[in-house]
Design a protein around this ligand. Structure first.
Ligand code: CP
Ligand code: NVA
Length: 337
């Protein structure tokens, strides 16, 4: 089923353009990142390759001035450590000027319509990052600002996170095609939903292990299933932890996402049997299955200290990769390559 007018296509069917096989990123200029659904598999692949180059440059101490003269509005309705710091340091160290704005600072739909705020921000900033509650807010900002808008997390999606997750998975175990990633926990949350989208574009096999009450919504599964079929991946949803068998990576996230604090007791009851601990990791049947978590983590809830602090955990690489992937997204979409 086409998504946003895009015909699903496998990586192998559409090699990246460019004489030397390297994408020139002209088609990225001016684009927003709201979900990944409107990015082609080969475009996401190109961003992963660029992220790797950005990371190598960073290791060599080589930040340039590629965002010099540009400005970035960082709008946050919800808290953040990694996302804010990744955007702010990636943009600032290349000569750009990031401006942090909380709801206490600006009229974000209060006293002024969101559309009007978007129009004004678009006149003053090169790009806008939004983290908050409604997906419709980030979509309105993109529609009315005329600037590239990056979704830094909404209740529905967390797209910048999952590019870093794919980078980390690939660093740990090589090509993503055919890799099995198991998300164990709240299957309806923003991270699980975004993993479903990106895995289905990149040919990874994505299994959500979650109690029936927290299954991802059918609409998203129906959108992603044909994309997964076209890329050589698949999507499974189950309540059975035995389906972690053969996983290359086990991923979890908090039981209660930001904005759902009133559901804490209910989630604790539903998700306690799904804690990622050594017994759950053993169900993969593999000694080399890695552990991933977007962070922040609650040790003793969704993950045991033994797993997150153990030898198979890649969570600190994953956190670092937020910065490299976010820099790559901005370099491409701001035409700075
Ligand atoms: N993973 C992530 O988005 O972390 P923050 O909430 O700290 O930004
Ligand atoms: N699902 C979590 C992700 C935090 C990065 C939340 O929305 O709180």
């Amino acid at each position: 089923m086409p998504v946003n007018g895009e015909a699903p296509g496998g990586l192998e069917k559409k090699p990246p353009p460019g004489d030397d096989g390297v994408m020139d990123f002209q088609d990225f200029k001016g684009r927003s990142l709201l979900t990944w659904l409107d990015y082609k598999p080969e475009e996401i692949r190109a961003l992963l390759d660029l992220s790797r180059r950005v990371k190598e440059e960073s290791r060599r101490g080589g930040a340039g001035r590629r965002f010099a003269g540009k400005t970035l509005a960082l709008l946050f309705e919800k808290r953040s450590t990694r996302t804010r710091c990744a955007f702010e340091t990636a943009f600032g160290e290349e000569g750009g000027h990031p401006v942090f704005l909380s709801p206490a600072d600006i009229q974000l739909g209060a006293k002024e319509s969101l559309e009007d705020t978007a129009r004004v921000l678009g006149r003053m900033f090169t790009a806008i990052q939004f983290r908050g509650f409604k997906q419709s807010t980030v979509e309105t900002l993109a529609a009315y600002s005329g600037a590239p808008v990056y979704n830094g997390l909404t209740d529905s999606f967390h797209p910048t996170q999952v590019l870093a997750d794919m980078m980390t998975l690939e660093e740990a175990g090589g090509p993503l095609g055919g890799k099995k990633l198991c998300f164990v926990g709240d299957g309806r949350n923003n991270v699980a939903r975004s993993l479903m989208v990106i895995c289905s574009k990149l040919g990874a096999r994505f299994t959500v292990i979650t109690p029936g009450e927290l299954s991802p919504d059918r609409g998203l599964i129906e959108t992603c299933a044909p994309l997964a079929a076209a890329s050589g991946g698949d999507i499974r949803v189950t309540s059975d932890t035995a389906e972690a068998a053969g996983a290359d990576a086990v991923y979890t996230d908090v039981w209660t996402s930001m904005g759902e604090e009133d559901k804490r007791a209910e989630r604790e009851k539903l998700l306690r049997p799904y804690q990622v601990n050594s017994a759950l990791m053993a169900k993969t049947g593999r000694a080399d299955a890695i552990f991933l978590h977007c962070l922040p983590a609650v040790r003793g809830e969704e993950v045991s200290a033994g797993v997150i602090d153990g030898p198979l955990s890649r969570v600190w690489d994953q956190a670092e990769n937020r910065k490299h992937t976010i820099k790559a997204i901005m370099l491409a979409t701001l035409g700075c390559l």
